[in-house]
Design a protein around this ligand. Structure first.
Ligand code: ATP
Ligand code: MN
Ligand code: MN
Length: 292
């Protein structure tokens, strides 16, 4: 297999024609085909990480919606149950090792994949930080872009790299690769101090607390994705929202008015990946340094 040919899987799909996004005509099979196209870009962000999964057995218009971290009845064997070393007696967590695991997730109607910011090689030492920009009502998209660029500048001033992706929902995620060294408490403290310093310097624009009441007109800088056991949606994961949007890695120069938070979808991402000259996140893990 050449590195660019899509992977295949023997995991059995029942009802491949089942509609997951009925208005868009996106079936279970179409979701597998999408993930085959993005797999080589997505794999480092989903393989060997504890996962939280949003399962919608009847698709995005159905009534069942489970956000789950533990096994379910009939779960495919390519989804592995793992023991959290800090919770040896607790319910086991979930992980995938390869493309078969991802197809097994699709088979079970997982429409969003939310990994930890650490791998199971190094449970206690995160290898990425996710700063989640959540614009309140009435915030202009240009202000969200400005906030992301401001975060980038502050991260780079600390010697850290910064990458950006759409959330596939309403905002942007600024993601920093880390060489696993600092523990969860340090990483979360750092993320909080970053959010708080942005808010202290521009309180009319930024909030570092989740108080919904004040959010109108502000961008909430959600640093809480960075605690042990917290999650953020994976790069290239679809979202269980109308339009089948995807959380899409971008080049910083691409951030503009035309590319909104849900501009990239299951329908247009494979074409973009084939056409792109450079993977915007190709250097992600090469850019990792320890948080000092
Ligand atoms: P948006 O741009 O719309 O904010 P987002 O993915 O950043 O999209 P948020 O609401 O800001 O969404 O963040 C929610 C995050 O919290 C998710 O990414 C997920 O990892 C995590 N989460 C924790 N519990 C839940 C839950 N019950 N349902 C959905 N997400 C949850
Ligand atoms: Mn968000
Ligand atoms: Mn958030």
């Amino acid at each position: 297999m050449s590195p660019s040919s899509p992977p295949t899987s023997d995991v059995a799909l029942t009802h491949p024609d089942r509609l997951y996004w009925p208005d868009e005509g996106v079936t279970k099979q179409a979701l597998v085909d999408y993930y085959a196209e993005v797999w080589r870009f997505m794999a480092p962000f989903v393989v060997n990480r504890p996962l939280a999964l949003l399962r919608l057995p009847d698709g995005i218009k159905g009534h069942q919606r489970f956000f789950q971290k533990h096994a379910w009845k009939g779960m495919n064997a390519h989804i592995e149950e793992i023991t959290d070393p800090e919770d040896a007696d607790g319910e086991k967590l979930l992980r995938i090792a390869d493309f078969d695991g991802l197809v097994a997730l699709v088979q079970s109607a997982v429409l969003e994949i939310h990994p930890w910011g650490a791998t199971t090689d190094n449970w206690e030492k995160p290898d990425l930080i996710t700063m989640d920009l959540d614009p309140g009502e009435d915030v202009a998209w240009s202000a969200v872009i400005t906030a992301a660029l401001e975060l980038k500048a502050r991260l780079e001033a600390r010697g850290l790299a910064a990458f950006v992706k759409t959330s596939g929902g309403k905002g942007l995620h600024v993601v920093t690769p880390l060489a696993p060294k600092a523990g969860w408490a340090e990483v979360k403290d750092f993320a909080r101090s970053l959010a708080e310093s942005m808010s202290a310097d521009a309180p009319d624009k930024y909030l570092a607390t989740a108080t919904k009441a004040k959010r109108g007109g502000h961008i909430y800088i959600d640093y809480l994705r960075n605690g042990r056991g917290n999650t953020a949606v994976a790069a290239y994961s679809t979202r269980a929202r109308p339009g089948a949007p995807v959380s899409m890695p971008l080049h910083w120069q691409e951030l503009n008015q035309e590319i909104g938070p849900a501009a990239f979808t299951l329908a247009n991402v494979p074409q973009r990946l084939k056409a792109q000259r450079k993977d915007p996140w190709g250097d992600f893990f090469d850019a990792a340094v320890p948080l000092e």
